[in-house]
Write a protein that binds this ligand. Sequence first.
Ligand code: DOR
Ligand code: ZN
Length: 358
Amino acid sequence: MPLKDEYLLPAAADMHVHLRNAPGPIAELVTPTIRPAGVDVVFVMPNLAPRPVVSVDEALEYKRQLQAIDSSITYLMSLYLHSSITPDEIRKAKKAGIAGVKAYPKGATTNSEWGVLSFEPFHDVLKTMEDEGIVLNLHGEVPSSPADGVTVMNAEAKFLPTLRDLVTKYPNLKIVLEHCTTADAVETVRSFGENVVGTITAHHLSLLVDDWSANVNNYCKPSAKSPSDRRALLDALVHSNGKFFLGTDSAPHDITAKKGPGNTAAGVFTQPFAIGYVLTALDEALARGDVAPDAVTDTALAGFLSGYGRAFYGVAAAEGRIRVRRGAATVPASFKGATGAEVVPFRAGEGMWGVEWV
Ligand code: DOR
Ligand code: ZN
């Protein structure tokens, strides 16, 4: 049984987005695409350059700038785990409604040069986060190191012992293993209590290693992996029970940073069709036999796309409703801003599920 042609769902929540500096040409281009995609709450990542978001005041100013672009979205803000952050700043963050602190292993991904080499020096900050109920958001990869046998293909698996250590040391700390890409990561997240969850992107539900090795617009960190890993992600979606929810990791880069001279920037831009990409991936998974048809229930979809993420972050259940219809949209070749920015979306040129607010 294929998917239905139409779903009526609660407004979606995207708990991992990159909106870039605001004001700024990319933020002004991508922020207005959140709501048309059927999303009304986003968790905003702090890896801005040339300076990440490391203080509560900076996070609140960033939030004001995003609200100036679209005031109809709830922005959950985060800090970038950094040596300048003190336990007092964490307590201030809690009072200010900051939702999480994101840890980037130094050198693992875009704008991670200010990231962490070890979690040991952050003991007091992590303890305070555990006490205050501030979420630790993990980019779960170790940096590539050929001498140690680490490449993009096993970088996530090699991070999992660090996750286990953190859970042992801080048993009540709320942790999100962001953008899980492997069966190992899914299994590890499932092995912990309800304070440890995982996000899954839209693009990792359909991409494999061969897709990004052939197309820079499919390249991101962590990179897409094997068919069995993808099956595990699809299974985590339909059998989440609150353990896994949507965080697209929509990561817009100007076309010149993807295709210009030098290394290509990591990041897949999925914001404008966040929900459509998930349903397309499920359509394809059903056709391959990767997902049992009766597993794709309205309850599973509503939980993964909306309810589970809101519940984890303490955001009220969705009030808005969206209708998602097969084939009602087409992904454009690119998105162009008023000031020259140009970003190529995932699955450019393809027919797509369309979203209507009802
Ligand atoms: O592919 C990625 N792009 N992965 C990340 O972790 C960061 C993101 C970005 O900021 O572009
Ligand atoms: Zn990200």
